[in-house]
Design a protein around this ligand. Sequence first.
Ligand code: PHE
Length: 517
Amino acid sequence: MPESSELLDADLEAVRRRLSANEKRVLLALQEQAGVAVPDDVVGSHGFKVLAEVMSAASWLADKGLVEVEEDKTVLVSLDEEGRLHAEKGLPERRALRALEGPGRMAMGELVKSGAIVGHETSIALGWLKRKGWADISKADGDTILTLKKEATNAPPGPDEALLARLAGGEEPADALDAKALQELKGRKGLVKEREVTERKLRLTPLGEVVVEPGLEVGEEVVQLTPELIASGKWKEVEIRPYDVTAFAPTASGGKPHPLTTLIQEIRDVFVEMGFAEIAGDYVESAFWNMDVLFIPQDHPAREMQDTFYLAKPQKVDVDATLLDRIAAVHESGGDTGSRGWGGTFDKDTSRKGLLRTHTTVGTIRYLSERPDEAARVFSIGRVFRNETMDATHLPEFHQIEGIIKEPGANFRMLVGILKEFYHRMGFPKVRVRPAYFPYTEPSMEIEVFYNGKWMELGGSGIFRPEVCLPLGVKDPVCAWGLGLERLAMMRFGLTDIRDLYVSDVDWLRDSPIERR
Ligand code: PHE
């Protein structure tokens, strides 16, 4: 904060204009009370009804350098339950001493019987009689014998007893008390208790004094311009407080969608804007739809247990018999597709195996099989499952962004164009394609995005082969793609470990902006 003397009148006026009505009221109240006041004393004056109003205005003023909020922490000491009892009747060792002063010598049993101390106090009384040098302790016939020390007769109250008596009068601040005695009482269970209180004082800073010095006018204040104010012309009369966009405000962190959910919505928007409709499918599928229909050979390594999650329930999934025969023929000999197929014997039981879908391409192919004659531009964003070891770049469950363009004349250039356009719209200008291989597409390509000095592999695509299309009655060319969502998310969120997307790091979640394109 600059020294008040450095501020020009114009600056002071600007500071005054940015004051809220409550801030002005607090400044005026402090001015009246010679610059310092306890917040409670401000309540009740200048129309303040509750402390929270005063404190809230005060903290804004503190932020503006006009008021200082001083905090004084004090520890207050008072008697606890046991302590109140002892303050009244004396500490156990004092009561024992009084009882001993007549006979000079007593067995512990007698002492308790006399009512001077109660059972649970015996060891406390013994310990302190010895420590304070008031009695000698010996054993005889299995009982403990207490013998009064001569010099202890009429022993004056010690500092601990004096403190106990003082606290019987009420709560006291710790720093006003005999520290050693307090330590001693605190060392004994249940005698005293402490609580900390914070006392606040509001004090005008030198700048605050200058600002309030000429007095402040507390007008009717309007925080929000309403249609009524504009229509009635009243806006010309009321005082509208200028916004201070540099003012401190606490960060509000309410609930919000997970960053991945937001990203999925964003991707959805992009495809919808490009004229695509969304489709969805199920997690549980048959090997038939997930693999056979896509002309993935039955001995393909990706079908092995270590890649695919096969299910115990349902272990078998029904498959349409006619279609199954047709697909079996395509695999064995090419069927009517002009292909020679993979050769060997096709196993229909393998087809019926239940599994968790390993790619969303299964949803695409089902969609095509249901409407082989329609043109289609559809996409899906869904979860897929692969039996993979988790590491910084692999998850056993992840999402794919899948889609197709099916229409007369659909071609490879369209496919490249659409995917490049998608990544451009997602904020990645540098995109390239590389040749690749998938059993169900020809030609096939891999799409890569340049990020952080590296080319990142993001997904596969291609044009569905005749072995896939013809058995389903699909005659138009089909451009298809399946892209990784989590890899894209890593680049978008600047993460280097894919697992970070799913660890629910609250700080990361809180600090992630509710970001949309
Ligand atoms: N299904 C492929 C994968 O999971 C991606 C792909 C989809 C490739 C469509 C070509 C066509 O990696």
